[in-house]
Design a binder for this molecule. Structure first.
Ligand SMILES: *[C@@H]1O[C@H](CO)[C@@H](O)[C@H](O)[C@H]1NC(C)=O
Ligand SMILES: *[C@@H]1O[C@H](CO)[C@@H](O)[C@H](O)[C@H]1NC(C)=O
Length: 551
């Protein structure tokens, strides 16, 4: 054997070892499956609805007619509501503000019933929430992001009752409020003289199953052409809300099972990319839910197995079709959360039964990761389990720091803590995906510029500087924007993620410091004006986010 040959063999062997080592290390990172942290044993209320605001607070509320909660209003404060069906004099809170950074919470005072309502953060960062039940059904409520701010209520802010409606922030900064129980129409907030009333949406009566409905909390996504993708029951339309015209009718989802409340699958608009291409593609993913007739069956004590399928559709295609995929675990009442690196986390829910009082069984404790860019067949990855069941009336949202806040679960008409399958959960947990593992800080970037709370305009060149301790893989860096959602009943309203296009090479500008240029989204159709969390993602590992205001 010649000298040259043996050297190359040794090199080859070393290379192989190195490869194994690298492979082993990334496998270890991937296989870790995330971790769970109990943040609060009890915040005193059930986290049924959640929205993160740009001061790193999370506004949380359940319903005013649950009876006394385990969180007192500040001394001397009580709610006197002659219309409340359970407690007309209530000195406990049904809303709370959770401060993510300090891990502290405080009571908020919500005046009328916010049960099964909807909402969105506005361009200026306020949360505007709409509707609810009973005396709350036509109310609009506003809360500003500040230490001492509390709910303000606008009576008759809505033109119709909105219970189980879905809202979405629009390119012009208004919200659209779609549907709700027995409301086959939509309206806007704030109202303008040209859009004061209620507008018909026959699609919602066409998709309304008798007795089971299955089209409540419709899945609404703002398409890149400015129209709304609206999925209800088992099918979808592309809708021009300005003139009330159905622009496109999508095929029924394969299998034909319902996916909306009470079937309660979930849905996301997958990350929007190549924003400069002038021909941006948009894809929607819908996962889980309960099969047809689950509600009627569950009422008779027969808790059908949940759906284990996801349907994915390119909504911008000329002739779109559903591509079905199989999840490792069947799930209804799961939440789907866009992670900063563009993966989707499917979390919470149960494997049998359906949404409604006492109608769920068999909690799913393991989240599942969905990697949209991996080949079909290898996109799902089960994650480590929680110990706490999160059934009906639970929720989850992405936090700025990349963790996922998980709370709630109460399939009972009141707070019930003993002698039931799923006791009322007042706790808050955080799920930390693998990218937050101790093994990866070397690869985790940190944003140096822009500064948090910066304003950015549309279609502008944006200089991003970041710091990275370990070696840079310049081919694996991206910048993402995430719109914080209003999440309830397993659907995250106004949730979207944009991958910004880079315009230059990444330059080294100091020790471990780098500079790149990206272009901000070109229009409100791509990204409505709002506060977003911004991330630099390196090899799938996001930096801690910063807040930017797109306007
Ligand atoms: C809530 O309060 C009730 C009544 O005081 C008590 O029995 C229950 O243990 C409390 N639950 C939690 C989780 O704090
Ligand atoms: C627990 O629930 C069961 C079934 O609903 C009921 O029969 C039983 O009386 C309850 N036990 C207590 C201690 O409340």
């Amino acid at each position: 054997m010649s000298q040259g040959r043996s050297t190359s063999l040794i090199l080859c062997f070393l290379g192989w070892q190195l490869l194994l080592l690298i492979h082993h290390r990334s496998a270890a990172v991937n296989a870790a499956g995330g971790s769970w942290q109990l943040l609060q044993k009890s915040i005193g209320i059930n986290a049924m609805h959640m929205q993160q605001l740009h001061d790193d607070s999370v506004i949380i509320f359940d319903r005013t007619d649950f009876g006394s909660s385990n969180l007192s209003l500040p001394a001397g404060k009580c709610r006197n509501d002659p219309h409340d069906k359970v407690l007309t004099h209530d000195c406990t809170a049904h809303s709370a503000k959770y401060n993510v950074v300090s891990n502290k919470f405080q009571a908020l005072d919500v005046l009328t019933d916010v049960w099964c309502s909807s909402g969105s953060a506005m361009p200026d960062g306020r949360l505007v929430q709409t509707g609810g039940f009973n005396d709350g059904e036509m109310k609009v409520r506003v809360i500003l992001p500040c230490q001492t701010c509390d709910w303000q209520e606008i009576s008759n802010g809505l033109a119709a009752r909105r219970w189980y409606a879905t809202n979405h922030l629009l390119p012009d900064g208004r919200q659209i409020i779609i549907g709700g129980r027995r409301e086959f129409n939509y309206e806007f907030y704030p109202k303008t003289s040209a859009s004061r009333g209620v507008f018909n949406l026959p699609f919602l009566s066409q998709t309304n199953d008798r007795k089971q409905e299955n089209n409540l909390y419709p899945f609404v996504h703002l398409n890149v052409d400015g129209n709304l993708f609206i999925f209800a029951n088992n099918r979808a339309i592309l809708f021009n809300y300005n003139n009330g015209v159905v622009v496109k009718t999508y095929p029924q989802i394969t299998g034909g099972d319902p996916r909306n409340y009470p079937s309660t699958g979930s849905s996301v608009l997958l990350p929007l990319k190549n924003l400069q291409s002038g021909n941006v593609e948009a894809e929607v993913l819908i996962c889980g839910g309960a099969p047809r007739n689950s509600f009627l069956q569950a009422q008779r004590g027969n808790f059908l197995k949940a759906l284990n399928t996801c349907g994915r559709i390119k909504i911008t295609d000329a002739s779109p079709s559903w591509v079905m995929e199989t999840m490792p675990i069947a799930r209804t009442m799961g939440d789907m959360i866009l992670l900063p690196n563009g993966n989707v986390l499917i979390i919470n829910g149960v494997q049998n039964g359906v949404a409604g009082w006492e109608l769920g069984r068999n909690a799913v404790l393991n989240p599942v990761l969905y990697k949209p860019d991996d080949p079909v067949g290898s996109r799902f990855e089960a994650q480590n389990p929680s110990t706490i069941a999160r059934a009906y009336h639970s929720s989850a949202i992405l936090l700025r720091d990349g963790r996922v806040l998980v709370g709630g679960s109460n399939p009972h008409e009141k707070y019930v803590f003993t002698n039931v399958t799923f006791p009322t959960e007042l706790s808050l947990e955080a799920f930390s995906p693998d990218y937050l593992n101790a093994g990866v800080p070397n690869l985790r970037p940190r944003i140096l510029a822009p500064h948090t709370q910066s304003q950015i305009g549309y279609g502008q060149k944006l200089v991003v500087r970041f710091w990275l301790a370990g070696p840079l893989n310049a081919n694996a860096v991206s910048v993402t924007l995430v719109a914080p959602s209003f999440t309830t009943h397993s659907f995250s309203q106004s949730q979207r993620l944009l991958v910004l296009s880079g315009t230059s090479k990444i330059l080294t500008v100091g020790k471990n410091a780098y500079r790149m240029e990206v272009i901000s989204p070109g229009s409100g159709n791509l990204a409505p004006p709002a506060f977003y969390t911004m991330y630099v993602v390196h090899q799938g590992i996001p930096s801690p986010g910063i807040w930017v205001q797109l306007k």
